[in-house]
Design a protein around this ligand. Structure first.
Ligand SMILES: [Zn+2]
Length: 173
């Protein structure tokens, strides 16, 4: 288009076009070509601007993806470390339980395991201030007096949830 405009301009300058009508047509064509060129340049500019802002957005998003990935990596590492710690804790608690279980009479251990299975993992509970810490129920006066009279090695149980009650100095007896 620019070549055509140059050619038209050369023809106009050379004086080869002499008829006023042709001259007018040629001048009109040159003007229209100049306008179209201006329009096209505006479009090119706009496209370039849009491309630039798209590239900026891509860079920004890439950076954010990188930051999020960093957080994911960090959280994954912490989770793995926590798993490792918990595995170690579970192993040591299991070993501890084995040692304690070996010192408990077989029938009591059997009762405890049965209750534990029935009562959501807790087979024995502390009696604290006259309340069973397993079911959070305060024991009746008569039950408390029965427990008070029982020998220290007697297995006492909660009247409400049937868990084995562990007596301490804070039992409120
Ligand atoms: Zn209870």
């Amino acid at each position: 288009m620019r070549q055509r405009a140059t050619r038209d301009q050369q023809r106009l300058d050379s004086g080869a076009v002499s008829s006023p009508k042709d001259l007018e047509n040629l001048q009109r064509e040159i003007a229209s070509l100049a306008k179209r060129q201006g329009d096209l340049e505006d479009i090119v500019l706009e496209v370039m601007e849009r491309r630039e802002s798209a590239q900026e957005r891509v860079a920004e998003l890439t950076e954010r993806v990188g930051a999020v990935q960093g957080k994911i990596d960090d959280a994954t590492a912490r989770r793995d470390a926590a798993f490792e710690e918990l595995d170690g804790e579970a192993a040591s608690v299991t070993k501890e339980r084995e040692v304690i279980a070996a010192s408990v009479p077989a029938d009591l251990l059997k009762l405890y395991d049965k209750l534990r299975e029935q009562q959501g993992g807790i087979g024995a509970a502390k009696l604290y201030q006259r309340t069973c810490q397993g079911c959070r129920q305060e024991l009746a006066i008569t039950e408390l007096s029965e427990i008070r009279k029982a020998a220290p090695d007697t297995v006492v149980r909660c009247e409400n949830c049937r868990r084995i009650l562990v007596r301490t100095s804070e039992s409120g007896l």
